[in-house]
Structure formats: structure tokens, C-alpha cells
Design a protein around this ligand. Structure first.
Ligand SMILES: [Fe+2]
Ligand SMILES: [Fe+2]
Length: 171
């Protein structure tokens, strides 16, 4: 099924980045920043697209309502942790501690989605509905990933501009 394959592939992308982050050291600040930005773009675009294309229709069904409410909360917890990590420098001890918590939260969330939720979806949704969700998910994921990437580039441009302004003050 195209939908489940697409979701699993995106889960794998997120967990691969988190695995790379886990192996970094405090001395690899630049690498940590780059990997974190990649993780943030992948996670946010996946979670937003998943909510709009899959959680909304499944929340309206009795057999998946409670599970979806829980899943929204788990996305929210990860987003809250991401906001916290953004305020910390990657060479601080607490940075990797928070990233480890994010990794554990996501592992738990993905396990529930890929086992309990997917099983229920296969039981209660017909092929047409699953195909519609797959189409919606893929379109939204692409759009959200593009806007996340654009945000990262805008951020980088403004940092370079700030640095250029700072150095021009000295000359
Ligand atoms: Fe999710
Ligand atoms: Fe997911």
C-alpha cells in the first residue's frame, strides 16, 4: 500500500537523522546544527502533512478517535522539545539530553503508528479512502518541505547579513 510505504519511508528519514545526531560530540557544534535543521524540517513537514491528510479524517471515526487525540499530543510534545532545543547551543550538555528525549518520544510514537494505527486503518478504511490519504499526504509533504527549506535558507541569509553588518562596523 502506497500510503503506508510513504509514511514508513519518512519515519525512516527522521530516525536516520536522529541516529546521526546521537553519534555527535560536543565539539561538533556545526554538524549538530546542520543535522538539527534537517531533522526539524523533516519532522515538522511530516507531522503537519500527516495531521492534515490522515489525522483529520481518522479523528472523525470512532475506532481511531482516541488514538489520534493521543498522536496529536505526541506531535505537540516533540514540537515543544524542538522549540526548547532551538534556544540552546549544541555544545551545551543539555542539548544532547533533550535530543535523546526527542528520539525516545519519536520512537514510541512511530511504533504506535506503524503497528496499532496502521492496523486499524487497514481494517476500517477502504482502498479509495487510503488512496486519497496517500495523494493528500504526498502533495502536502512536498509543499511543507519546500516551505521548511525556504525558511532555513532565509534564516541563513539573514545570519550572513548580520555577520556582514557586524564586521563592517569594525572597518
Ligand atoms: Fe505522527
Ligand atoms: Fe508519522
Amino acid at each position: 500500500m502506497l500510503l503506508f510505504e510513504a509514511l514508513k519511508a519518512d519515519h525512516k528519514k527522521v530516525s536516520a537523522i536522529l541516529g546521526m545526531i546521537e553519534k555527535t560530540t560536543e565539539k561538533q557544534s556545526a554538524r549538530r546544527k546542520t543535522l538539527f535543521e534537517k531533522f526539524q524540517a523533516e519532522f515538522i513537514s511530516h507531522a503537519d502533512a500527516e495531521e492534515e491528510s490522515i489525522y483529520v479524517p481518522l479523528k472523525a471515526k470512532n475506532r481511531t478517535h482516541d488514538l489520534i487525540m493521543e498522536a496529536y499530543e505526541e506531535h505537540g510534545l516533540v514540537e515543544h522539545m524542538i522549540e526548547q532545543v532551538c534556544k540552546i547551543e549544541p555544545d551545551e550538555e543539555i542539548w544532547i539530553a533533550k535530543m535523546t528525549v526527542i528520539k525516545e518520544l519519536i520512537e514510541h510514537h512511530v511504533k504506535e503508528e506503524e503497528t496499532i494505527l496502521f492496523k486499524k486503518m487497514k481494517a476500517i478504511c477502504d482502498t479509495e479512502e487510503l488512496d486519497q490519504m496517500a495523494d493528500d499526504y504526498q502533495v502536502l509533504k512536498k509543499e511543507k518541505m519546500e516551505s521548511q527549506t525556504k525558511g532555513m535558507i532565509d534564516n541563513l541569509v539573514s545570519k550572513v547579513r548580520d555577520k556582514a553588518q557586524q564586521s563592517s562596523q569594525y572597518f
